[in-house]
Ligand binder design. Structure first.
Ligand code: ZN
Length: 261
């Protein structure tokens, strides 16, 4: 956990030198993103400079998918904690280049059917996950219980695995999203909100209507077709099957400052 800013700076320089990644469709001169690794350093070796040759960088989703919608819940205070989460410096969405490219195909596919993608969360720094854990240790703080975990004791959020010690989101190729009707801007009815901790959030829950299930399947199938895999307990959550950093948990803040000078 120490020397984080030193590592950030070092990896920024390394990746700017070695990566020619582009996130923009029209402007292929996009600078790459630093890959940093703090928590990963505890459990896995920090990648050497050699590992960075030819590897992916990260992208701002709005650079690559211009009509994508963002509702970054952990930047806002409308989330299960009830406050902005550590590490979310701006309401932007970041994914690895590979995940961004796959998501762009999903967006293209669904656009022809009249839908746009709306992102709730994408890359999530490890410090945000640590914030969730700290929150979990205060049993008196149940501010958002009515909206996000009405049927559970707070401790069950952790014991049942809704929130874990580490999150796949920190590997940079996992995204939480829903669909919006392009014509009206209205959200598609998925039969349950993002980050609701309960049976209703299972993709194939018995508690939803056939139409809501069909809506979930539309998103589910579109994501799987372009290389994402689902998690059954959360209809909104998908990870790129061939993610480029399967063992690395990043901790750089969510910010556009790496991308735009
Ligand atoms: Zn998720």
């Amino acid at each position: 956990m120490y020397g984080r800013s030193t590592w950030n700076t070092a990896w920024l320089l390394v990746l700017i030198l070695l990566s020619a990644a582009s996130c923009r469709r029209q402007q292929p001169s996009q600078p790459p993103m630093p890959a940093t690794d703090t928590v990963a350093a505890v459990t896995t070796p920090v990648p050497s400079a050699k590992d960075t040759t030819g590897m992916s960088a990260f992208c701002l989703l709005t650079d690559s998918i211009p009509d994508i919608l963002l509702e970054m819940r952990y930047y806002s205070d409308y989330n299960f904690v009830g406050t902005r989460i550590d590490g979310y410096e701006e309401p932007v969405a970041i994914l690895t280049k590979e995940a961004t490219s796959a998501l762009r195909k999903v967006s293209d596919d669904l656009r022809t059917q009249g839908f746009r993608l709306k992102i709730y969360d994408a890359y999530r720094p490890q410090r945000a996950v640590a914030h969730f854990r700290r929150w979990g240790q205060d049993p008196g703080d149940t501010l958002m219980r009515a909206d996000f975990y009405p049927g559970l004791a707070k401790q069950q959020i952790f014991s049942r695995g809704f929130v874990a010690r580490k999150s796949g989101h920190s590997r940079g190729s996992t995204v939480d999203l829903t669909l919006v009707y392009a014509a009206t801007g209205e959200e598609v009815d998925m039969g349950g909100p993002f980050d609701f901790f309960g049976e209703r959030s299972h993709t194939f829950s018995e508690q939803i209507t056939p139409q809501q299930r069909q809506n979930r399947l539309l998103l589910h199938n579109a994501m799987l077709r372009r290389g994402f895999k689902p998690v059954q307990g959360e209809w909104w959550h998908f990870t790129l099957r061939n993610e480029p950093y399967p063992n690395t948990y990043f901790d750089f803040p969510v910010s556009s400052r790496y991308f735009h000078k």
